[in-house]
Design a protein around this ligand. Structure first.
Ligand code: NAP
Ligand code: 8YV
Length: 312
């Protein structure tokens, strides 16, 4: 058996099986005494495999002197203390690109479900209310403006799908993207102001914390819909709940929340909201591809080859 790897969180079982074929795995997430396990592995374990949602802090890094690489299952690495990793010379890998189509598909699905009230309409039929009369009319997406906050790998896939639906595309990132035909807006507020639907797909972390705040929601306005598939931290959730309850925005489709898996009680009873359990990349095909890329990064590290998808 090859090198030892600390598995710091629950992983997709087929990914774990692949990892265990190649490495000796120690399971921190199952340990009754985490400190004792880390102490017993200090100096031996030089690699961590972990889900992006759990990540790694400076304390774990310090507990494992000799740690060389943290391989994340997921593209977002906001739960990894990247500064602490860089300061200790620890490399970090993630799983970009292989999930972009999947996340874009779910984003379009959430947008349709929210604006066309697909979930509400399903409940309407099941409750027998159709027998009493038709569903109230909802709103059209064709020709409307989709504002994409974060035109990166996933943002571009969302844009391509929405353009095929005959939507107008506008976006904001910190700098304009050279090779796209879409309209650039210089701030999140300016983007929300022109958007009928605003999709958030930036990374999480301190730089984007509450990038959608009270002012952005006000600019989106009572006809506007917010879709968040990025991170819960990107949206001021208290302000969002208030805006939804007071009908100052039309609706929201949310895959991510500030304190997952907790969802604010107020959202559960709102028909203008569609809620998902952070499942945008959650298909067998895509989770398998993400897992393979995470394992392949670790194999490259173990064999002394360049990492496939390094973050730092
Ligand atoms: P990416 O290619 O790095 O794209 C990120 C985009 O955000 C870039 O356009 C970037 O442009 C922009 N951005 C970064 N910081 C910004 C800021 N402070 N203000 C405005 N724009 C900013 O990443 P990706 O692969 O598309 O993934 C994006 C994120 O989606 C991930 O980090 C993750 O958090 C989230 N995600 C969620 C799920 C889910 O299950 N819901 C699944 C996958 C990914 P500039 O650098 O030019 O600003
Ligand atoms: C994963 C994600 O569900 O890739 C990301 O950033 O948020 C999702 O694909 C998550 O990372 C699971 O660990």
């Amino acid at each position: 058996m090859g090198q030892e790897v600390l598995v710091a969180s629950r992983l997709y079982p087929p990914t774990l099986a692949t990892l265990e074929q190649r490495f000796t795995c120690h399971h921190l997430w199952q340990a009754e005494d985490r400190t004792a396990l880390l102490t017993s592995l200090a100096g031996r374990v030089r690699a961590i495999a972990v889900s992006g949602g759990v990540g790694a802090d400076a304390a774990v890094m310090d507990a494992l002197p000799g740690l060389e690489v943290i391989a994340c299952f997921g593209v977002g690495v906001d739960a990894v203390d990247l500064a602490a990793a860089a300061a200790r010379g620890i490399r970090v890998t993630n799983t970009p690109d292989v999930l972009s189509d999947e996340v874009a598909d779910l984003t379009i699905g959430l947008m349709l479900a929210t604006v066309r009230q697909i979930v509400t309409a399903d409940r309407f039929v099941r409750a027998g209310r159709w027998l009493q009369g038709p569903l109230p009319l909802n709103r059209c997406l064709t020709g409307k403006t989709l504002g994409i906050l974060g035109l990166g790998r996933i943002g571009r896939e969302i844009a391509a799908r929405a353009a095929a639906m005959k939507m107008q595309i506008a976006y904001h990132s910190r700098r304009p993207v050279a090779d796209v035909p879409y309209r650039y807006l210089a701030s999140p507020v300016a983007l929300a102001d022109v958007a009928d639907v605003l999709v958030v797909i930036t990374p999480g972390g301190s730089e984007t914390r509450h990038i959608v705040d009270e002012r952005v929601l006000a600019a989106l306005g009572p006809e506007g819909t917010l879709i968040n598939v990025a991170r819960g931290s990107c949206v001021d959730q208290t302000a969002l709940v208030r805006a939804l309850v007071e009908r100052r925005i039309a609706g929201a489709g949310l895959d991510v929340f500030e304190d997952e898996p907790q969802v604010p009680e107020a959202l559960l009873s709102l028909d203008t909201v569609v809620l998902q359990p952070h499942q945008a990349s959650g298909t067998v095909e895509t989770r398998t591809a993400m897992g393979q890329l995470m394992v392949d990064n670790l194999i490259a590290w173990a064999e002394g080859r360049p990492l496939l998808t390094p973050v730092v």
